[in-house]
Design a protein around this ligand. Structure first.
Ligand code: ADE
Length: 410
């Protein structure tokens, strides 16, 4: 049973899924192995993730591994209807439509737990929130789960610190094989892909202001520089700020960056990063985009309040008139890489989704001894994923000799 927009467009979604499979060797290896042994047979796995082709493939891998999979989106604009149709056709229960209302979105999250989940995979924390509020009755059935993003992990850590986390969760985001590649290289590339597709403008020579110098901000700053931009970084953390300085970027407060920037990109995980006092200082033509999980980083109500008009000038671009100035907002201030693009590259999501699969395996095997806390993925699983990827890339590396192991005390 699924709710999708249109089953007649499944062919285009299946083509997209087949394309990404060519570039996801780790997930392919997992699929080959576990479609035989079917470790999730008889279990319900519920997923809330950006519903595009790579995610669909991961959902199919869980399905082939025996799970009864239900999936909903994790943002109304990142859902691709053709992919949903193809996924539903392949036997997964899909509850998602592109650009649905907030009410529909949360209704879909609820439908995704109609089959009481044993294991969940969340992105941003909406599924975990549902299970801690309206559907606490489902906790007794649940082994645990894992979380994809920095924002979701922050929400989990708060629940854990307050003693309220009701089941074990693995912080998939905090695994080396996730954040070193997904947050940095994935966000770096997909964000500029989204901005360039939407605007069809040049990045070279523009001043790009990157708000936040976590792993995502580092990746975005690196790619902006590679595209020829003059990059300014804004931060609140003194250590990350020094890192940005040593990486060769100008670092300053947003009030100083506001009059200089041509493109502003937020990747902080925090709200109200660009607000009224900044909009008033910006030049005409400034463009605003967000790559953080929630649409709260650019204060859109503030922008609307000081604007005399607001209109859509191109798909995914709104023009706000602030006095005589034009300020452009991309993708409603939602994740620009997914709302205006296809998300991270397939080779990158290959690693992230391998982390998710092995997190679910870890929960499956160990849930009885796990407590209601946030866990890291064990180190040997990161190494296992890295080794499969290296093999697929055709890269061989050195190994320690016995004498070296002795020298290192291993
Ligand atoms: N594709 C699926 N999930 C994604 C995510 N969290 N970020 C970017 N691309 C994605």
């Amino acid at each position: 049973m699924s709710i999708v927009k249109d089953m007649s467009i499944a062919k285009s979604g299946a083509d997209k899924i087949n394309w990404v499979k060519n570039f996801m060797p780790v997930l392919n290896a997992i699929n080959d192995e576990y479609s035989q042994s079917k470790p999730f047979a008889g279990l319900n796995v519920t997923i809330s993730l950006h519903l595009e082709a790579k995610t669909a493939y991961m959902a199919q891998v869980f399905h082939h591994a025996g799970a009864n999979v239900s999936i909903c989106g994790s943002n109304p604009l990142s859902t691709q209807d053709d992919v949903c149709a193809a996924l539903a056709e392949s036997g997964v229960n899909v509850f998602a439509t592109h650009a649905c209302s907030e009410e529909e979105y949360f209704n879909y999250v609820e439908r995704a737990v109609d089959n009481p989940p044993h294991i969940i995979i969340d992105d941003g924390g909406d599924l975990v929130h549902l299970l801690h509020t309206k559907r606490r009755d489902l906790i007794k059935n649940l082994y645990g789960g894992s979380e994809e993003t920095t924002t979701g992990v922050n929400r989990l850590k708060k629940l854990d610190a307050d003693g309220e986390l009701a089941f074990p969760m693995i912080a998939a985001n905090d695994a080396y094989m996730k954040y070193l590649f997904d947050n940095r290289y994935g966000t770096g590339q997909s964000t500029f892909d989204g901005i360039m597709r939407t605007t069809n403008l040049v990045i070279a020579g523009k001043t790009v202001v990157i708000a936040g110098y976590g792993w995502c901000g580092r990746g975005a700053a690196m790619r902006a520089r590679g595209l020829g931009a003059n990059v300014i970084v804004t931060e609140v953390d003194p250590i990350k700020s020094i890192e940005a300085v040593f990486d060769g970027f100008r670092v300053m407060p947003m009030t100083e960056a506001a009059p200089l920037g041509d493109i502003f990109l937020t990747l902080t995980g925090c709200n109200d990063v660009i607000n009224k006092k900044h909009f008033e200082l910006m030049k005409s033509g400034a463009m605003l985009a967000n790559a953080g999980h929630f649409d709260v980083e650019i204060n859109i109500p503030d922008l609307a309040a000081i604007s005399k008009s607001r209109r859509t000038v191109k798909p995914n671009i709104e023009e706000f008139m602030v006095g005589d100035k034009k300020i452009y907002l991309l993708a409603e201030g939602r994740l620009v890489n997914l709302a205006s693009g296809d998300g991270h590259p397939a080779e990158v999501m290959d690693l992230s989704f391998a982390v998710q699969f092995f997190s679910a395996m870890h929960i499956l095997k160990n849930h009885e001894s796990m407590e209601n806390h946030v866990y890291l993925l064990p180190e040997d699983i990161n190494v296992k994923i890295a080794n499969i990827k290296l093999k697929a890339l055709g890269v061989s590396i050195d190994t320690l000799t016995e004498e070296q192991r002795k020298y290192l005390g291993l």
